[in-house]
Design a binder for this molecule. Structure first.
Ligand SMILES: [Cu+2]
Length: 711
């Protein structure tokens, strides 16, 4: 009998003591905070998901580059607050780790609820019992608390690596006098062909032992570019149907930061000529290659004929130095597009081979008219202590994070001035042609009205503080200066000092907006939707059902390395407690520079088949619509953002981490922040053999690409 009672008691135990607890966050999640109860509230459980805040961009950030998160709280087991004292409710507070200032994020009760927005680099959440009233600071007892994933960044992670001043002392470290080791030793003493250090970030001595395994390459005239023709600023070519032009890639000399560099230009220009066309015209382009590489021209974003897509090995043979290729280019969609090589992009683009196409209808059917239009190309150029930093001879260097430059250029120039008048509607067509840099550009404290992106306008304008854009993306923004003055155009980001486990702000002035008094005849701000905006509304209605469907295909993004120096392996391992959603800068340039295509492979993997990169070839029926899930894996050896580009088609981003996006627009490139999953909906309307790839040039060069056919 006793035994039986005991048994019943044991069987009954779970239902008595274990409540329906809130499911904890996935291990080391970048976008979820476990709320931990104080000991007297053991029966309470909770978590807060960090959802993407509403934004026109792939990542929502403030003007100063802090990530904006919408908090979604789930709590279970909270007792009636009056049992804890004179309290009527529970409140969630957010604050920096210094505990001040506190921000009231909203009331919380058992269940799931949307709260306010947080934009702090590292932060803490407290859930407290509180009385009624408009509270600015907590007064009652703490029930649950948690810390942001970013606060896992601590100095000790890297400190343990720095204990090994000489990498040969590390477990598995190299010793002896092998050829590779010899090369490394030479590089550390033979002179500064490497990158500039990041000012303000201390570097471990051991980093100076690193150098790339791939032989170096620089343009032949790099030592003395004085014999090359000087690069000219971009010209505008207004083209009509049937026009024929030549784009000729050849070496030029360009002055940047007070020094002369051997670079490459189309028709001697950096950026290359701006092709201004009406939608649906056809233009013949004779491409002459006198660059020192095999090359091609890819017409980024155009849904035109496959055989002119400019992808060597897929749609054409590479054009050898001295060779020629005839393109026929059509422009089906209004907007801003760009052209660039699709072979050794990381070198050819960095050296100046990029240009825009501005495609506008003859009427106002794309966007309401503006008073002034500018086409802005954002690029960063890398200069090391010894001048131009060499490229890899056959394979890319900077293979981990891509080549960041610290000299920031608009239209190839340092700090240009753009003019405007008070009362005008100014429209900027912006393209990011950097190898890897994601920008966060603002114009002093002006509000920016985002009106379009890659392949269409937004349904309705979106007001933003800054333009946050990954490589190859385009955004169209209108601004309305209200006072005369000279306003700085700035890139404002948050960088990470890995060694100290600390965030720090960076601000670079890119140029100026010079505003004169009103001329009195500006157009103002029309509110009606244009036909292109109405077309997007119809597209969205047509595709609305797709939100709830399971994806047809999936791709995972990850990194694989082999043969990296032990020091770098150690750092990659030590750095895994947290990854930034977007790495806006390179604060470990030596490690990044020394990694090459010999050691690094960036991977697109199809989880259902295990196939990777160019072994994947999807087939779609023409005019089919498919939902594709892209997961940027947090458990990758190193994880960072990837701007994924689909050739020849257009797609809508449906959701990030399962949450529908607020401002859909037709895209050809989507920024997938670290550890996030994006669902995209692709219209496969354009037949041919096409590529999907990461648009970080070094990631493309180290394998992150795959193919699909539309029949
Ligand atoms: Cu990438």
């Amino acid at each position: 009998m006793m035994y039986r009672i005991l048994l019943i008691a044991i069987l009954a135990l779970p239902s008595m003591s274990v409540r329906a607890q809130v499911e904890p966050c996935a291990s080391l999640s970048l976008y979820c905070i476990d709320l931990v109860p104080r000991p007297e509230f053991r029966e309470v459980s909770g978590r807060v998901d960090l959802a993407r805040a509403a934004s026109a961009f792939g990542l929502a950030v403030t003007r100063d580059g802090k990530v904006r998160y919408r908090l979604i709280a789930q709590v279970d087991g909270l007792p009636d607050p009056s049992t804890l004292g004179p309290y009527t409710r529970y409140v969630l507070w957010a604050m920096p780790l210094t505990l001040w200032p506190m921000t009231n994020m909203g009331d919380v009760s058992n269940g799931k609820q949307e709260l306010g927005e947080v934009s702090l680099n590292k932060f803490m959440l407290l859930l407290t019992a509180e009385p009624d009233g408009d509270l600015e600071e907590r007064t009652g007892p703490i029930v649950l608390r948690g810390r942001s994933p970013s606060s896992r960044l601590e100095p000790h992670d890297m400190f343990q690596v720095s204990a090994f001043a000489d990498p040969a002392d590390m477990p598995g470290g190299r010793s002896g006098s092998g050829g590779h080791q010899h090369h490394q030793m030479m590089a550390s003493f033979a002179g500064p062909s490497g990158p500039a250090m990041h000012p303000g970030v201390a570097m471990m001595d051991a980093m100076m032992t690193l150098s790339p395994s791939e032989p170096e390459w620089l343009p032949a005239a790099a030592g003395d570019p004085s014999g090359l023709p000087e690069a000219r600023p971009r010209e505008v070519l207004n083209l009509s149907d049937g026009d024929q032009i030549e784009l000729h890639a050849y070496p030029v000399r360009k002055r940047i930061a007070g020094r002369e560099f051997a670079m490459l230009g189309y028709n001697g220009q950096i950026p290359g000529p701006l092709l201004a066309v009406e939608s649906n015209v056809t233009v013949k382009v004779t491409f002459k290659n006198d660059a020192p590489f095999a090359s091609s021209i890819h017409w980024h974003g155009l849904r035109h004929e496959n055989r002119f897509d400019g992808v060597p090995g897929m749609t054409q043979d590479p054009v050898p130095p001295g060779g020629v290729f005839e393109y026929e280019v059509t422009f089906p969609d209004a907007g801003i597009y760009w052209y660039h090589p699709h072979h050794r992009e990381e070198a050819q683009q960095e050296l100046g081979l990029y240009g825009n196409m501005l495609v506008l209808p003859p009427d106002d059917s794309y966007l309401p008219p503006a008073d002034r239009q500018e086409v802005l190309v954002l690029d960063d150029f890398q200069i090391g202590p010894g001048g131009q930093v060499p490229f890899g001879e056959q394979k890319t260097n900077f293979a981990l994070m891509g080549r960041f430059g610290r000299t920031l250029l608009i239209n190839g120039e340092e700090r240009p001035t753009f003019e405007a008048r008070v009362g005008e509607r100014i429209r900027w067509f912006v393209t990011n042609v950097s190898n890897t840099r994601t920008w966060n550009v603002s114009v002093d404290d002006h509000a920016l009205e985002l009106v379009a992106s890659d392949l269409s306008p937004y349904l309705d304008p979106i007001w933003e503080e800054s333009i946050t854009m990954a490589p190859a993306e385009r955004y169209v923004a209108d601004l309305y200066p209200e006072e005369p003055g000279r306003y700085p155009i700035v890139n404002r980001i948050q960088s990470l000092d890995h060694t100290r486990g600390m965030f720090f702000p960076e601000v670079d002035t890119l140029g100026w907006l010079e505003v004169q008094p009103s001329s009195g005849d500006a157009t103002g701000r029309p509110a009606d939707r244009t036909p292109a905006q109405k077309a997007l509304a119809a597209d969205l209605a047509r595709h609305a059902e797709w939100h709830d469907k399971t994806p047809d295909k999936a791709i995972d993004l990850l990194l694989r390395t082999e043969g990296l120096p032990p020091l770098v392996e150690w750092i990659l391992r030590a750095d895994q407690s947290y990854f930034l959603p977007v790495e806006f800068s390179d604060t470990m340039p030596m490690m990044n520079w020394s990694s090459t295509g010999n050691e690094v492979e960036w991977v697109m993997r199809e989880p259902s088949t295990g196939r990777e990169n160019m072994a994947i070839e999807w087939t779609f029926e023409r005019d089919s619509v498919e939902k594709i899930r892209i997961t940027n894996r947090r458990d990758s050896q190193h994880a960072m953002q990837h701007p994924i580009h689909l050739h020849g088609q257009r797609f809508l981003v449906l959701s990030y981490n399962g949450q529908p996006i607020e401002h859909p627009v037709w895209k050809d490139t989507v920024l997938i922040p670290t550890g996030m999953t994006a669902d995209i909906l692709v219209e496969f309307t354009n037949p041919g053999h096409w590529m999907i790839h990461c648009h970080i040039a070094e990631h493309l060069e180290t394998g992150m690409k795959m193919a699909f056919r539309v029949n």
